[in-house]
Design a protein around this ligand. Structure first.
Ligand SMILES: Nc1ncnc2c1ncn2[C@@H]1O[C@H](COP(=O)(O)OP(=O)(O)OP(=O)(O)O)[C@@H](O)[C@H]1O
Ligand SMILES: [Mg+2]
Length: 248
């Protein structure tokens, strides 16, 4: 297999290698992707190439407003592209059913927890995804409880979501994504609001998880600890993609 010396995870888009070998198909990828928000003068994403393969651990860094959140939203199809392509499992995503399948494989944890949590109680929020894909109530509740336990927040099960602290909401948001048992996790500033102990727990969890990961974070120590490559964004563009050891 050969990606070429400069093609680190994050920028490759799949296809056959130069030596003819078959390369791993990315779970999700963007090709030449651009879009702008309504009334935005510039572009949120500008001709972005990005690919996440099985087991990839990609950090995304960049200044405020550089397009990191926009990249994650585009990767799960929450922002339609004005140009370029969104690819899931090697196929362009166009139809509603394809978006549904993409979002089962790729879980997004939003930067703003209030975009993620909408049920009255924690257990309802975490069980919502499994229930929504057709699991029985018993099975969905079992998965939700198991997920809360993995993240050491079983004690929050019966809490009213709107009464949680910022840090508690952040971990419950992660639980809602994990309960879907995705192939890949896209995390947008997952350690914001967390105390040291909880941040360390999240770092340990990510370090030992075999899920593909895109980690958007200003917490460069976390990015250094859990990713193998880093994409740097500026003005909606991918400026560089390098091994984490070289980037940070
Ligand atoms: N809903 C929106 N409507 C209009 N413009 C938006 C909207 N969301 C983001 N933008 C603009 O798009 C650009 C990229 O924003 P984005 O949220 O992707 O940046 P970011 O890198 O995630 O920043 P941060 O580090 O502050 O989270 C910014 O110029 C921002 O002002
Ligand atoms: Mg952001």
């Amino acid at each position: 297999m050969s990606w070429g010396a400069s093609a680190w995870p994050g920028t490759r888009t799949g296809g056959p290698g130069q030596d003819g070998s078959v390369l791993t198909v990315p779970i999700v990828a963007l090709e030449e992707a651009s879009f702008a928000y309504p009334n935005q003068s510039g572009q949120a994403l500008c001709q972005v190439e990005f690919a996440l393969g099985p087991g990839d651990k990609i950090g995304v860094i960049g200044d405020n407003g550089s397009g990191k959140t926009s990249l994650l939203l585009a990767l799960v199809g929450l922002r339609p592209l004005a140009a370029g392509r969104l690819i899931h499992g090697g196929r362009e995503v166009r139809k509603p059913g394809q978006y549904h399948a993409l979002r089962r494989d790729v879980g997004l944890v939003f930067q703003n927890c209030d975009d993620q949590l909408f049920s009255p109680t924690v257990i309802e929020d975490v069980a919502f995804g499994p229930l929504n894909v057709g699991l029985s109530l018993d099975k969905a509740l079992a998965i939700a409880r198991e997920t809360l336990d993995v993240l050491h927040i079983g004690h929050l099960e019966g809490c009213l979501t709107h009464t949680l602290s910022g840090g508690q909401k952040r971990i419950v948001s992660l639980a809602t994504a994990l309960a879907m048992k995705p192939k890949a996790l896209l995390l947008d500033e997952p350690t914001n609001d967390l105390d040291r102990k909880t941040r360390a727990m999240v770092q340990e969890f990510l370090l030992h998880s075999d899920l593909a990961l895109v980690l958007v974070s200003h917490d460069h120590s976390l990015v250094r600890a859990v990713t193998t490559s880093v994409v740097c964004m500026e003005g909606g563009r991918v400026l560089s993609s390098q091994p984490t050891m070289a980037a940070l």
